[in-house]
Write a protein that binds this ligand. Structure first.
Ligand SMILES: [Zn+2]
Length: 325
């Protein structure tokens, strides 16, 4: 185990009832937003499968659990990722197919963890299809990804999908305190990212995310106040001359905009953006139609910037479009 798992009761319950029934599927997909602990769940499941005490969970004390916690278990295998997008290629997946037929090193099983598999190539998925459908008795596959849609329907029909979920605020606060963060830091992070422990930690450790969050909040407030000048000031911030930075900002703003569409139907929904309070206020002010328009503009702008259109020109045009929508 790499640490204590907070929240994710549904996933843990599912694991435990599988072990109790003795019917454990051989292929899993653990999915959900960034920061919800999908990889931890995958590693916990792998360690539980290999635990020498065979009690259905990782005891943390046997030799197998100890080396699993150090990420040094020879039977927990992380297939090779390559390229700019850190993707799983056909070659990498073919190697897995060949390796899977070789008996385990230490324990009874081999577990392949394809973490962050959203970018897995379609051809690579096809290469895995057969083995995922009928793996050797000693083999388990665990994929983790933000979106289920990243996979072909043929893969999805062969894996057991388990959603990772947000923690309660208290669980999140406890996890952050355990990492040594102070109360006011915890409050600030949790205001932006609720019970998403991974994103809260990232917020507290990553200056860029903190700055983008601040910029997003200012943009949302400007839209709420119908203050075009203030929105223009945000959109002409010097940081946004950087392409990557401006794409991250547009994506962050888009999440809050989308939250505002969802929250009007269900106040208790877990929001994905960094400004839940803003999303709620926005939902009281603008129509779903306007939300859709802004969402389209933001998406288009992000796509244009990725395609090398100057972000400076684009941002000021975008500001007008948002205000007139
Ligand atoms: Zn153990």
């Amino acid at each position: 185990m790499t640490g204590k798992i907070y929240g994710n009761e549904f996933a843990l319950k599912t694991f435990s009832s599988m072990f109790k029934s003795g019917r454990i599927p051989h292929s899993f997909l653990i999915y959900g937003e960034k920061g919800l602990g999908k990889k931890m769940l995958a590693e916990y499941l792998a360690a539980s499968l290999l635990c020498e005490r065979k009690t259905g969970f990782s005891c943390g004390e046997c030799h197998s659990c100890k080396i699993a916690a150090k990420k040094a278990h020879p039977d927990i295998i992380y297939p090779e990722q390559s390229g700019k997008l850190n993707t799983y290629s056909v070659d990498s997946c073919r190697k897995v197919c060949a390796d899977a037929f070789i008996a385990p090193n230490n324990g009874d099983f081999k577990v392949y963890i394809f973490a962050d598999a959203d970018n897995i190539q379609l051809s690579a998925q096809n290469a895995l299809l057969k083995i995922v459908e009928e793996p050797p008795e000693h083999v388990y596959f665990i994929f983790t990804a933000s979106f289920r849609d990243s996979f072909l329907p043929t893969i999805l029909s062969r894996v057991t999908c388990i959603g990772a979920s947000e923690c309660s605020r208290d669980q999140c606060a406890a996890a952050l305190a355990e990492r040594g963060f102070e109360d006011d830091q915890i409050r600030e992070a949790s205001e932006a990212f609720g019970g998403n422990i991974g994103m809260c930690i990232k917020y507290l450790e990553d200056e860029q995310l903190k700055a983008i969050t601040a910029l997003t909040k200012r943009a949302v407030d400007s839209i709420i106040n119908k203050d075009e000048y203030s929105l223009l000031t945000v959109f002409s911030s010097p940081e946004l001359k950087d392409r990557n930075y401006s794409v991250l900002f547009l994506e962050s703003l888009d999440k809050v905009i989308r939250d505002s569409a969802v929250v009007r139907y269900n106040e208790n929904v877990a929001m994905t953006g960094c400004y839940p309070k803003g999303a709620l206020r926005l939902s009281e002010q603008i129509s779903v139609k306007t939300v859709e328009k802004i969402h389209t503009y933001l998406n288009q702008a992000a796509a244009d910037i990725k395609a090398n259109v100057s972000s400076v020109l684009l941002m000021s045009a975008l500001c007008g479009e948002i205000m007139n929508s």
